[in-house]
Ligand binder design. Sequence first.
Ligand code: SF4
Length: 263
Amino acid sequence: MKIDEKKVKSVITKSKLPDADYVINPYVGCQHGCIYCYADFMKRFTGHSGEKWGSFVDVKINAAETVKKFEGSNILIGSVTDPYQPLEKKYKITRKCLEKLLPFNPKIDILTKSDIILSDLDILKKFKNLRVGISIGILDDKFSKKLEPFAPSPKKRLEVLKKLKQEGINTYLFISPIFPRISDFKKLVDISKEYVDKILFENLNIRANNKKRIFEFLKQNKPGLVPFYEKIQKDNSYWDNFKSEILRYCERQDVDCEIYFNH
Ligand code: SF4
């Protein structure tokens, strides 16, 4: 793993994402190295073209110093990196940014797969308007290990959600990415609904940059699904029908949900 410390002009960036005016990504790259990650488009803009996603991280070493004021309304922390990847234990860049943001009372949304977030419970509790999302797309440990080799197990992530909820944090489960005919969204809803305020759903985004890795995974682990994935890649009607199925199920389970398909 190649780790570099880099200085940035500003760590807060304007965003076009549906629910975030601004984003903060304390690191470039991600140690979790998920094979489906489409954030690796960042390689082109950050001098990492040709490097393997998951093999490098740039630490935005002065990130917190650049947070001098914030006049926007909401910030998503972790749109193209995991803000609580293992390096956060050493560098605490995410924590330091939170400390600087606190006086401005912004609406904060943090998305992670990691239990390291629990070491920041004290500061998280100080925000009046904060929620934490934990992403899990697949419950099966065997598949998770292949798809998200260096992320905490799905079971551990569920425990994190539970702990956050017990500590009074507003939580959501981000069921992402949904791997058709592999992800069991109903089971995920059933086992998490007691300790989340909301469940968000995102489809598997097969893009030019992750397509090869996803199809390699399928060929090795679920070869029978390859023709089906090729079909749904071209035909969105699968996801439209799936959306209706999710909405019906969540309504029956009395679960507040939001769907982010093909955004
Ligand atoms: S944890 Fe998130 S940002 Fe990191 S590699 Fe996985 S999907 Fe990408």
